[in-house]
Design a protein around this ligand. Structure first.
Ligand code: ME8
Length: 519
């Protein structure tokens, strides 16, 4: 039985169209989901939109729209983007769904049953942009003397009756959780930040609002809606059928990984595990706070006029080059920068000129010099064995790095194996062997065919549709494209005896043009 694996992204605020940060996070989650599937796990991958809260209500008012219409319209943009980017999610959740309201209320009831909720008055600072409460000590002064949150957003003094969650009670249990599970929060820098914050003492958390009604109603207190983060975090359970004791709950909870950005680590590693402990539900295994994507080193903002639509990027450069660039260029966990030039440079050097060229040359030579026929060679040289070993090592390194979410390193190891193959082609010069030693030429081309197939399968989680086009041309069956297939020693013999022939190959990683306006 395949071991289950449950990965989630943050659910995105649909108060505008998706931006490149949304694309980045979801692509990374998709690569992880595809990688775990290729490793033989039964994967559940959830993403969606976070539709409640003051930020959504205010945006709708600003646009003079019904908030539900705004949610419907914007949520669809996220789905469309994810379809375009080849995101193979298994579940897209919307927090306005009735079943999500039911799940959030069940979680609330479970926290109340533990005696962790009480009614009081909230007085303090609130940032609508962050949908977060802040302590006076965390604020800074803006240029005009106005108070700003640690994220640089404006805060408002808020006074209202509110339900409170006894977060203070969970200080020690949380610290024990971090101590006992050093990988609960990654990367380590984020873990340190959170530990320092919790060690500093936790105040009880205001978890309901009465000044607006766009949210999940508090059970038994109809004039209160839940603080948007209480309902938002619950989405990870809703998708599995909570509060029912479903098969999915049994199989996929606790989640293996909540993949989120660095700005919302506190919500996921302090509030969320505390809510779960209170409701007597196991906590997730890991929360990873990835870095932010910057446009030429700068944060995107409307005022700077540098907001890039991820749909345009995908159309301009292709989905797979964009996916490859994001996973390859940025050390996962750190901030990273992108620009059209950087995408084109990376995609051309590595996908088009190195791997694409290797695959294209190999298939072309088999097509031209062997009539497309695949033959099991009788003699294997040391050079062939060495290449098999280099490629096997590269694939093993990629797998180990990807399992550890170190994508850039994994792709670096993969690239080194591609270089070894290109060096082998140059040294063996199969085109010259055609006349002098045709049997050796065949052995060289078959060696290349095998390693191209292994390297293709290895990188498939990152660039799935291009690799599938290549593997189709190579006759590799659709159900033999996971990592177990690489270990299968019979595959090549079976393919040869099937009588499959290579047709005139079509390149799958074309060279991209450098964009002129920015050159
Ligand atoms: O925070 N680069 O939603 P959101 C990389 N609804 N990632 C970025 C980014 C950037 N420039 N900007 C944002 C929310 N993100 C809540 C989450 S989860 C229960 C509720 C990431 O639409 C951000 O860190 O503001 C977050 O993980 C995700 O995009 C959605 O952000």
């Amino acid at each position: 039985m395949a071991e289950p694996y449950y990965i989630t992204t943050a659910i995105h605020y649909p108060n505008g169209k998706p931006h490149i940060g949304h694309a980045y996070e979801t692509i990374a989650a998709d690569v992880i989901a595809r990688f775990q599937t290729a490793m033989g796990r039964e994967v559940r991958f959830q993403t969606g939109t976070d539709e409640h809260g003051l930020k959504m209500a205010q945006k709708a008012r600003e646009l003079d729209m019904d908030v539900r219409d705004l949610c419907n319209e914007m949520s669809q943009h996220f789905r469309d983007l994810f379809d375009l980017l080849d995101i193979g999610y298994s579940n897209f959740i919307r927090t306005t769904d009735d079943r999500h309201h039911a799940a959030s209320q069940a979680l609330w009831n479970a926290m109340e049953a533990s005696g962790d909720l009480y009614l009081d008055r909230y007085e303090g600072w609130y940032s609508i942009r962050d949908e977060a409460y802040y302590d006076e000590s965390e604020l800074t002064n803006g240029e005009g003397g106005e108070k700003l949150s640690p994220q640089g957003t404006p805060v408002e003094w808020t006074v209202e009756e509110s339900w409170f969650f006894k977060l203070s009670k969970y200080q020690e249990p949380l610290l024990a959780l971090y101590r006992d599970n050093p990988d609960f929060i990654r990367p380590a820098s984020r873990r340190n930040e959170v530990m320092r914050f919790v060690e500093g003492g936790l105040r009880d958390l205001s978890v309901s609002r009465t000044s607006f009604d766009w949210g999940v109603k508090v059970p038994g207190a109809d004039d209160h809606v839940m603080y948007v983060w209480v309902d938002a975090l619950t989405n990870y359970l809703t998708g599995l059928g909570y509060p029912d004791a479903t098969e999915d709950m049994a199989k996929f909870w606790p989640a293996d990984l909540h993949l989120i950005g660095k700005d919302i680590v506190r919500f996921h590693t302090v509030y969320w595990p505390a809510f779960l402990m209170s409701a007597k539900i196991p906590v997730p295994k890991q929360v990873f706070g990835h870095g932010f994507l910057l446009n030429r080193g700068q944060k995107e903002s409307k005022s700077l006029g540098n907001v890039t639509d991820p749909v345009d990027l995908a159309h301009k450069f292709g989905v797979d080059p964009l996916r490859y660039f994001l996973m390859r260029e940025i050390a996962f966990g750190q901030d990273g920068s992108y620009s059209p030039e950087a995408i084109v440079t990376r995609a051309n050097a590595e996908l088009a000129n190195s791997f694409g060229n290797l695959a294209q040359r190999t298939l072309s030579m088999i097509f031209k010099n062997m009539d497309g026929e695949l033959i099991n060679p009788t003699q294997i040289d040391d050079a062939d064995e060495d290449l098999f070993a280099s490629v096997a090592a590269g694939v093993a390194d990629l797998k180990a790095s990807f399992a550890d979410l170190a994508f850039s390193e994994g792709l670096d190891a993969w690239m080194k194996a591609v270089f070894a193959c290109n060096q082998y082609v140059d040294e063996m010069a199969p085109w010259a062997l055609r006349k002098t030693d045709p049997e050796r030429m065949q052995a060289v081309l078959m060696t290349l065919f095998k390693v191209v197939r292994d390297l293709a399968i290895a990188v498939r989680p990152v660039v799935p549709s291009s690799i599938d086009k290549l593997l189709d041309q190579m006759g590799v069956p659709a159900d033999a494209r996971d990592y177990a297939a690489i270990e299968d020693t019979d595959w090549f013999g079976s393919l040869c005896s099937s009588g499959f022939r290579i047709e005139k190959p079509v390149g799958v990683f074309p060279r991209l043009e450098m964009p002129e306006e920015t050159a």
